[in-house]
Design a protein around this ligand. Structure first.
Ligand SMILES: Nc1ncnc2c1ncn2[C@@H]1O[C@H](COP(=O)(O)OP(=O)(O)OP(=O)(O)O)[C@@H](O)[C@H]1O
Length: 312
């Protein structure tokens, strides 16, 4: 393979603009030797083309599973998921592979996992571009331009080991952007970084989004990342539990009409609590009239005559 061939621009099949994402009652179950694990239990989510969004939530709530499905790494057990024009649960393996190459870029947690340490950054990106070049229809940016986009102009000849942790993470972003995806999925890009490194990564993501229109989804435990991206969707128990927008927190109505109570109310209103529901055009009032009891023989409900009379 000559140097001239390696530097030649390569091409991919998909447009570079951001793509929209929709999930409708998405369910995912992992079969295991000890029984099935329900990782997603009905995710309803719409992400506009060109939007930036954080996925937050406790460990084990289903964030990585959702990202793996959006990234075409596996298919959901049930429900529908669209990425751009593609309905992923209907795509055959070949279609999913093409999606992974050109429509969706995934950056795994741990920058080093995305990059080959013995190659320069330019060569890493070039190799990722070659992997999708078979479906060639349009020119891709040269690796140097992608590095510039993430704030690493002139770093093409450097290797992973020469970089600071923040630079390494941005190099991983560049790798995910190699084929000009319409959707960039990034898993925990700031977990190993100090505040300066985190801000550089956020600046890089914002630049990518502003200049390319790329839809950006970031899995994070860092509330500040969610705040800066403007929209933070909380995944809780395998579904969308809440959403934060521009500093305000909201409950979200799921496709089946359910709303998750905030976790801090769980102790006061355990599963099985009965509520009276009053609503107007603008509000819903839930008034607890009975809480479940461990007392046998009463169908699991007590206190009907002695209601806690608490509204949420
Ligand atoms: N390959 C697997 N096989 C079986 N169960 C799995 C598998 N991957 C994840 N799970 C389970 O599915 C549920 C959701 O896991 P997932 O990794 O998607 O959550 P998460 O929110 O990304 O967690 P974290 O923040 O710790 O990465 C958990 O109960 C987890 O133990």
């Amino acid at each position: 393979m000559t140097a001239a061939r390696q530097d030649a621009p390569v091409t991919a099949a998909q447009p570079a603009e951001g793509v929209a994402v929709t999930c409708h009652r998405l369910i995912h179950i992992y079969p295991t030797a000890t029984g099935d694990v329900v990782a997603l239990s009905g995710v309803d989510l719409s992400i506009a083309a060109g939007e930036m969004l954080a996925l937050v939530g406790p460990s084990g709530s289903g964030k990585s599973t959702l990202v793996a499905i959006l990234g075409g790494l596996m298919q959901p057990s049930a429900g529908r998921v669209h990425v751009g024009d593609h309905e992923l649960s209907r795509l055959p393996a070949k279609g999913l592979a093409a999606l992974r190459g050109a429509t969706v870029g995934t950056v795994l947690q741990g920058a080093e996992r995305n990059l080959l340490p013995y190659l320069s950054l330019s060569r890493n990106i070039w190799l990722a571009q070659r992997a999708v070049a078979r479906a060639a229809r349009r020119r891709l940016d040269p690796p140097e331009a992608i590095l510039e986009l993430v704030g690493l102009a002139g770093a093409g000849a450097r290797r992973v080991g020469d970089l600071t942790p923040g630079q390494r993470q941005r190099a991983a972003l560049a790798q995910g952007l190699a084929a000009g995806p319409g959707l960039l999925l990034v898993d925990e890009p700031t977990s190993q970084l100090d505040v300066a490194g985190r801000d550089e990564v956020l600046a890089a993501l914002t630049t990518v989004n502003a200049q390319r229109g790329t839809t950006v989804v970031v899995v994070t435990h860092d509330g500040e990342v969610g705040a800066q991206l403007g929209r933070a969707v909380t995944i809780r128990d395998g579904r969308v539990g809440a959403e934060g927008r521009d500093g305000r927190d909201f409950a979200v109505v799921a496709g089946d009409g359910t709303i998750q109570l905030p976790p801090e109310t769980s102790a006061a209103f355990p599963a099985g609590t009965l509520f009276e529901v009053d609503h107007t055009d603008q509000s819903i009032t839930l008034r607890a009239v009975a809480t479940p009891s461990s007392r046998p023989g009463n169908g699991g409900v007590t206190n009907v005559d002695d209601p806690p009379d608490q509204a949420v």
